[in-house]
Ligand binder design. Structure first.
Ligand SMILES: CC(C)(COP(=O)(O)OP(=O)(O)OC[C@H]1O[C@@H](n2cnc3c(N)ncnc32)[C@H](O)[C@@H]1OP(=O)(O)O)[C@@H](O)C(=O)NCCC(=O)NCCS
Length: 414
């Protein structure tokens, strides 16, 4: 089931993540509920330049992603993130979309462009407003008959894969059956995710990658001013809002969301947020005297049947390690997106992962999963965790709606 001969693999000798940053992730319809993903993207792009001291004028290409069409100007999301963060007008911008793998894919695209000699430095951004998913209709341009209006909740509809006719949650329920994962297994894992995230928040590990948000405007000479307006009377947002102590006994009482083991407490939280990273060649890093965060060693992407997309990190990680000629024993830390608790546990069981190395600062069940930003968060958190723990190799991976998996190998340069 999880073996694959197909898929993509690339190894990189001299490609580096120089710096990374993200916004706090805020619960759906909360303090970021009205903010455009473009403005969240501009904020993290500006922040990553400020933190690294790298001038935006060095960027060869903007590579950005957002899965939902969450603003009327969504087509130009990468372009406006680049322009309003100071990237010169003559540098092109690419929109990347590999659903929940988008954030990792932006880094992969930058690494490819560097390997081909097209750029020396790429600005990678993933920005997602889950809240601003539209209430949409595709069929009414010619009008509609009385009583036959087809406006639908894009967020709800988009979490359904129409080919097999199952929701993302049902793909987790499918692997729960195959791997005999019980409700208690999933709630115990969710409790761990919350407690690790609470600990990482208290230890100020998470704040190290977060840029606080305030209401502010973004100016660009000759163009319209835009900006962020925080909601709910909030003056400053500094922390992820979904992380909270969540004992097993409380999680165990939440009703099933898809008729099985998954609930609103043990599935990824629906949140708004953005993340960014600067990715460069080794030569560029040296020329600027920058000590990079991590080396991007390899990326693998695979396909699996859509109805079991939940298991996809397993074959993706296998392909990654096969390609890199490494075994799992050599990997010190693993960050796998917790789309759903049973999904994560199925991958853990399939690969026989050591939980002590897995999502040690909590995962998306506690922190949240803003689709396009997630992969960049995983990569940046992993790179920072390898540094903190003085370890060498880490893998960041995610399952992807539609039946794909992506995995990236990072090496701590220290
Ligand atoms: C599973 C899912 C449908 C649940 O949605 P929901 O029913 O709106 O969930 P809620 O957040 O309202 O949580 C349900 C209840 O549990 C409670 N709850 C959730 N997490 C909790 C926690 N950590 N501690 C205590 N209570 C909690 C909520 O307060 C709510 O209680 P209420 O009904 O009394 O208000 C939704 O979270 C989801 O779809 N997640 C996955 C998103 C996704 O598919 N992403 C892409 C992956 S491929």
């Amino acid at each position: 089931m999880t073996g694959t001969n197909g898929g993509l693999f690339a190894a990189y000798k001299d490609t580096w993540i120089l710096e990374g940053v993200r916004t706090p992730f805020a619960d759906y319809n909360g303090v970021l509920g009205l903010v455009s993903p473009i403005d969240l993207g501009i904020k993290v792009a500006r922040a990553v330049f400020e933190r690294s001291g790298i001038p935006p004028s060095d960027v060869g290409s903007v590579i950005a992603g957002s899965v939902a069409q969450a603003s009327f100007d969504a087509f130009v999301l990468p372009r406006h993130i680049g322009l309003y963060s100071g990237v010169p007008i003559d540098r092109p911008a690419l929109l990347v979309q590999r659903v929940c793998g988008t954030g990792v894919e932006t880094i992969s695209q930058a690494a490819d462009a560097i390997a081909l000699g097209k750029i020396e430095l790429g600005l990678c951004v993933g920005a997602e407003s889950m809240s601003r998913n539209p209430i949409a209709a595709y069929t009414h341009r010619g009008g509609f008959r009385m009583g036959q209006v087809e406006f639908k909740d894009f967020l709800w509809e988009a979490l359904m894969d129409t080919a097999p006719g199952v929701t993302m949650g049902q793909t987790a329920e499918a692997v729960a059956k195959t791997y005999k994962i019980t409700r208690e297994d999933v709630d115990r894992f969710a409790e761990l995710s919350f407690s690790r995230a609470v600990a990482a928040q208290k230890a100020c590990f998470l704040s190290g990658e977060i840029v606080p948000l305030v209401s502010e405007t973004f100016e660009l000479a000759g163009y319209r001013t835009r900006g962020i307006r925080l909601g709910k009377g909030t003056e400053k947002l500094e922390m992820d809002t979904h992380i909270r102590p969540s004992p097993y006994e409380v999680l165990a009482k939440i009703p099933p969301a898809f008729g099985g083991v998954q609930t609103g407490g043990n599935s990824s939280a629906i949140v708004d947020g953005a993340a960014a990273a600067l990715v460069s060649s080794g030569e560029y890093a040296k020329s600027r005297g920058i000590k990079p965060l991590a080396r991007v060693a390899a990326v693998a992407t695979v396909g699996v049947p859509p109805e079991i997309m939940s298991i996809a990190p397993a074959p993706a990680i296998r392909k990654l390690l096969d390609g890199a000629g490494m075994s799992l024993d050599a990997i010190d830390r693993i960050e796998i997106n917790e789309a759903f608790g049973a999904q994560l546990i199925s991958v853990e069981r399939e690969l026989k992962l050591d939980r002590a190395k897995l999502n040690v600062n909590g995962g998306a069940i506690a922190i949240g999963h803003p689709l396009a930003a997630t992969g960049l968060r995983l990569a940046v958190t992993l790179a920072r965790e390898l540094r903190r723990a003085k370890l060498r190799y880490g893998v960041a991976s995610a399952c992807i709606g539609g039946g794909q998996g992506i995995a990236m190998l990072l090496e701590n340069p220290n």
